[in-house]
Design a protein around this ligand. Structure first.
Ligand SMILES: Nc1ncnc2c1ncn2[C@@H]1O[C@H](COP(=O)(O)OP(=O)(O)OP(=O)(O)O)[C@@H](O)[C@H]1O
Ligand SMILES: [Mg+2]
Length: 332
C-alpha cells in the first residue's frame, strides 16, 4: 500500500455493481459517558448515491460522521468505506474520503487560495502549478472564483461553508461526508450545492450528507435515512421516507354548522382516519394519507351535504413525526 502522493484525478469509477458498498456501518455505537449518541446503527450506502441523514438536534448525526471521518473511535461496531475497514486502515480510508465538519474552523489570516493550497500540499497534489489548477477548479465549483485572493476572515458564513466544501473536494474523494453543508447558505448557494453534488454523484462519488431539515435533503438526495436519539428510524428512497413522514404529519380539525354526530360517523368510515374526538361541532381526528386523499376527504364531506364552517390542519412537531415514523416502521 502506498500512502502519498494521492493522484490528483483518479480514474473514473468503473466499479461493477457487485463492488463493495461505498459506506457500510454495522452495529455502530458511540457513547459519551452515560449518553448513547449512536445506538447500534447499521446502514449500507451504494456507490454513486447522494444519501441523506436527517434528524433533529442531538440525533447523533455528527457523532456518526466523526466516526466515518476517522476522527473518533466508536464504542463498538464496524465501518467500511469502499471496502476499507476504517478502524484497521484509517490512513487508507482518509485518502478516499472527504469530510466537511458542521463547524469548520477556517484560519482568519490566510487568503482563500493559501488556505486551499495548505490542504492541496497536505494531500500531495503535485507541483505548485498543478495545485493552482486544482484550487481554481475547486473555487469555480463552489462559485468563489472572485474571492481567490481575499482573506478568509472577510468571507460571510455561507461563503465560508462553500470554501470548506472546496477544500473537501480538492483531492477528489470517492466518498464525501458532509455535515450540514447547507446551513448558512442562501437559496442560490443551496441550489449550486445541489447541482455540485449531483455532478459529483454522476462521476461516481458517493455523498453522505446531513441536515435537520427534511425538505432540504429531499431536494438533493436519492435516498435518506432518519435518525433520532441515536437510533435509525427509517431508511430508503426519498419518496418512501417522505411518504412515511408525511403520513404521520396530520391532525385535522373540522367544524360543522350542524349534524356533528353524522359527520363524525362519516369521517370514521373513511380510510386513513383515526382517533376522532368530538367537542360540540368541532371534530378532531388523525389522518394518515396523501394530500390528494385529504382533498378527496374534504370534497366527500361537502358532497354528503355536511356543512363545514372551518377546516384546519395541524402539523405535528418533528419529534412527534419521528416517533410515529418509528412506530409505523415497526409495524410495517
Ligand atoms: N463531546 C461530547 N460529549 C458528551 N456528549 C456529547 C458530545 N458530543 C455529542 N454529545 C451528545 O451526543 C448526542 C448526539 O450529538 P450529535 O452532535 O452527534 O448530534 P447531531 O445530530 O449532530 O445534532 P445537531 O443537529 O445539533 O448537530 C447528543 O445528546 C449530544 O449531547
Ligand atoms: Mg451535528
Amino acid at each position: 500500500m502506498t500512502a502519498m502522493p494521492i493522484p490528483p484525478a483518479p480514474a473514473p469509477l468503473t466499479a461493477p455493481p457487485s463492488g463493495p458498498p461505498a459506506i457500510e456501518m454495522t452495529d455502530l455505537r458511540v457513547d459519551y459517558g452515560n449518553c448513547v449518541a449512536v445506538d447500534d446503527v447499521s446502514l449500507t450506502v451504494p456507490p454513486g448515491e447522494i444519501f441523506g441523514l436527517v434528524g433533529p438536534n442531538g440525533a447523533g448525526k455528527t457523532s456518526t460522521f466523526r466516526v466515518l471521518a476517522t476522527l473518533m473511535k466508536p464504542t463498538y461496531g464496524e465501518v467500511r468505506l469502499a471496502g476499507i475497514d476504517i478502524l484497521e486502515n484509517p490512513r487508507e480510508a482518509r485518502r478516499i474520503m472527504g469530510y466537511m465538519p458542521d463547524l469548520a474552523p477556517v484560519p482568519s489570516d490566510l487568503k482563500v487560495w493559501e488556505f486551499l493550497d495548505l490542504f492541496a500540499e497536505a494531500h500531495g497534489l503535485g507541483s505548485a502549478a498543478e495545485r493552482r489548477q486544482r484550487i481554481d477548479e475547486g473555487l469555480a465549483e463552489v462559485g468563489l472564483t472572485d474571492k481567490r485572493t481575499v482573506l478568509c476572515k472577510t468571507l460571510s458564513r455561507g461563503q465560508t461553508q462553500r470554501l470548506v466544501l472546496a477544500k473537501t473536494l480538492l483531492h477528489r474523494p470517492k466518498v464525501m461526508i458532509l455535515d450540514e453543508p447547507a446551513s448558512g447558505m442562501d437559496p442560490l448557494s443551496r441550489r449550486n450545492l445541489r447541482l455540485a453534488l449531483r455532478k459529483l454523484a454522476a462521476e461516481g462519488t458517493t455523498v453522505f450528507v446531513s441536515s435537520h431539515i427534511l425538505g432540504e435533503l429531499a431536494e438533493m438526495c436519492s435516498s435518506l435515512c432518519v435518525m433520532n436519539r441515536g437510533r435509525l428510524l427509517a431508511s430508503g428512497p426519498v419518496d418512501e421516507v417522505r411518504r412515511l413522514m408525511g403520513r404521520a404529519e396530520r391532525t385535522l380539525t373540522v367544524v360543522v354548522l350542524d349534524r356533528a354526530a353524522e359527520a363524525a360517523a362519516w369521517i370514521a368510515r373513511q380510510p386513513g382516519t383515526d382517533a376522532i374526538t368530538t367537542h360540540g361541532l368541532r371534530l378532531t381526528f388523525r389522518f394518515s394519507a396523501s394530500q390528494e386523499e385529504q382533498a378527496a376527504l374534504i370534497t366527500g364531506l361537502v358532497q354528503e351535504g355536511l356543512r363545514l364552517s372551518s377546516f384546519e390542519e395541524q402539523k405535528s412537531t418533528f419529534e412527534d413525526i419521528l416517533v410515529e415514523v418509528a412506530e409505523n416502521n415497526q409495524t410495517a
